[in-house]
Structures are given as structure tokens and as C-alpha cells.
Design a protein around this ligand. Structure first.
Ligand code: PDD
Length: 278
């Protein structure tokens, strides 16, 4: 496997991280997970724009222009002959003697990108999944796709330990998002989801789902969903680059649409897939 390390494509065995990389020591960096369908990097512009935004919020300057980065990512996909899979990419603030303060401008950001396996979870997309809720213990800049994922990984592990697929975070009574997914609830044919503010990551799949809803004639409303009102909704689903549109059939002890994916969710799942074939 070839890895993109800064602007070089090198063998996996040659790819090494410095112990003083700030990503390693402080989680001081940002990342993206991108899907490749049929050899095409899906929504690459949106992912690179979000990477740039995340980096900018942390005052990390990306080492290359987005256009250069886009070409390098496509090259990476091509040399590794990725047909259906994913690309993980991250940018850290760089390598410098450990100090909380940002290093000087002589230290440049470090980029790494490589293919990761990613396959549509087709069976679960048909059956739906069960999730649990937990307090959102994360920081208040969840809009930044930062490498600091402890709150997320702890929540994901708690879900697995409880035999659930995902943990849905609740902050001050409001449902925000999942540990690695966005959250949606459907009522009377309208899709509700948390506004894209500092409390959630503005998922690229979320943006595409909004587009898919529009194509399918389904109204969408960005508003806070109270955890105490979850029982009033007809259907629930979650989304991400890796799981696309995933029906949720149970949250904690409450089942939705008789334990099967609801009709609006299935309609959106279909409308989303249609965007992939463009
Ligand atoms: N996670 N919210 C959180 C906290 C996430 O980590 C993710 C994605 C999403 C969905 O974003 P998108 O649709 O752009 O994938 C929402 C990725 C897949 C990950 O960390 O593996």
C-alpha cells in the first residue's frame, strides 16, 4: 500500500510518525474520512473544504492548496487501485519540542492520507440498528473535525458494551448527534435534525441527505430535538460517510415503526443512493 506523506507517495513500511508530532502528543490536528465509490472520490470538494475550515479554526495552515491536495488524493486512490473503499486523511500542526504553545511559523503542518477499507453495511441498512443515549461530555467545538475523539471513542465503546450500534449524545436535554454520526428524527413526513452549529459536526452526508430530501420532496427542518420528546417522532435514522443512511429501530427502550426501518427513511436511503450514481 502507498501512503501520502506530505507530498510524497511512499510505501506503508516507510511511513513513520515523529514522537514529537503534535498530533501524537496533543491530538493537535484535524482529519477527514472520505468514501470512494467505483474509483471516484465522493464529495471530495466538500471534504477538502471542511478540512480547510477545521484547520483554519485551529489556526493550522494546510501545507498545500486544495486543488493540489485533490490531485494527490486522486493519485493515491489510483495507485492503490481503490474501487470501493475509503480514504483517511489527517493534518497535524507539525513536529516540535513539546510545549502547549503553538510552534513558530518555521514548523509546517504534517499531512498523511491512506486507503482504508469501507463497505456499505447493506444488511444493517435493511434491518436498522438499535442505539442508546448518553450525556454529551464533549467540548463545545464539535464543528471542528479534530483528532481529539476521546468523548466519541468512549461513547462508541459504551454502545458496543451495551450491545448497541451507536451512542446518541444529549446535551442539556437536546439530542445533538451520534459518536460518529449525525442524527435525524421524522415526524409527519418532515425530517428534523440539529442545526449545524458548534454542537455537531456538519456531516457531508448530512448535506447530501438534505439534497436527497429535496429531490424526494421531503421537507427538512434544522431544529433542536429534545430527548424528552423523542417519543413523538415516527422514525429515526443516523448518517455518516461510512454508513450512509442508517435506519434506527430502537433508542434505549423505545422502538420505532414497529422495529423496522420507516418509509420516509427508506425513501431517503434511495434518494441518497441516486446521488451516488450521478
Ligand atoms: N465520522 N458526527 C461525528 C461526530 C462524526 O465523527 C461524523 C463522521 C459525522 C458524519 O460526518 P460525515 O457525514 O461527513 O461522515 C458526524 C467519520 C466517518 C469518522 O470519524 O470515522
Amino acid at each position: 500500500m502507498k501512503i501520502l506523506m506530505n507530498d510524497e507517495l511512499i510505501d506503508r513500511e516507510q511511513a513513520k510518525v515523529d514522537i514529537e508530532d503534535r498530533g501524537y502528543q496533543f491530538g493537535d490536528g484535524v482529519y477527514e474520512v472520505i468514501r470512494v465509490y467505483n474509483g471516484e472520490v465522493f464529495t471530495i470538494d466538500e471534504h477538502l473544504e471542511r478540512l480547510k475550515r477545521s484547520a483554519g479554526e485551529l489556526k493550522i495552515s494546510l501545507p498545500y492548496e486544495l486543488e493540489t491536495l485533490k490531485n494527490r488524493i486522486r493519485e493515491l486512490v489510483s495507485v492503490n487501485q481503490v474501487r470501493d473503499g475509503g480514504i483517511y486523511m489527517q493534518v497535524t500542526r507539525g513536529v516540535s519540542a513539546r510545549n502547549h504553545l503553538f510552534p513558530g511559523s518555521d514548523v509546517s503542518a504534517q499531512l498523511a492520507a491512506y486507503p482504508i477499507p469501507s463497505k456499505r453495511p447493506a444488511e444493517l441498512q435493511k434491518s436498522g440498528v438499535e442505539v442508546m443515549t448518553a450525556e454529551d461530555i464533549r467540548w463545545k467545538r464539535c464543528d471542528i473535525k479534530s483528532l481529539n475523539l476521546l468523548g466519541n471513542v468512549m461513547a462508541k465503546q459504551a454502545a458496543a458494551d451495551a450491545g448497541k450500534y451507536e451512542t446518541i449524545f444529549v446535551r442539556d436535554g437536546v439530542v445533538t448527534e451520534g459518536s460518529s454520526t449525525n442524527f435525524y428524527a421524522v415526524k409527519d413526513g418532515t425530517v428534523y435534525t440539529h442545526p449545524a452549529n458548534h454542537f455537531i459536526l456538519n456531516g457531508i452526508t448530512r448535506l447530501k441527505i438534505m439534497e436527497a430530501c429535496q429531490n424526494a420532496g421531503v421537507d427538512t427542518v434544522e431544529k433542536e430535538i429534545m430527548a424528552s420528546e423523542l417519543g413523538q417522532y415516527d422514525e429515526v435514522f443516523i448518517s455518516s460517510t461510512t454508513i450512509e443512511v442508517m435506519p434506527v429501530v430502537k433508542i434505549d427502550d423505545r422502538s420505532y415503526s414497529e422495529g423496522r426501518p420507516g418509509p420516509i427513511t427508506l425513501l431517503i436511503q434511495k434518494a441518497f443512493r441516486e446521488l451516488l450514481t450521478d
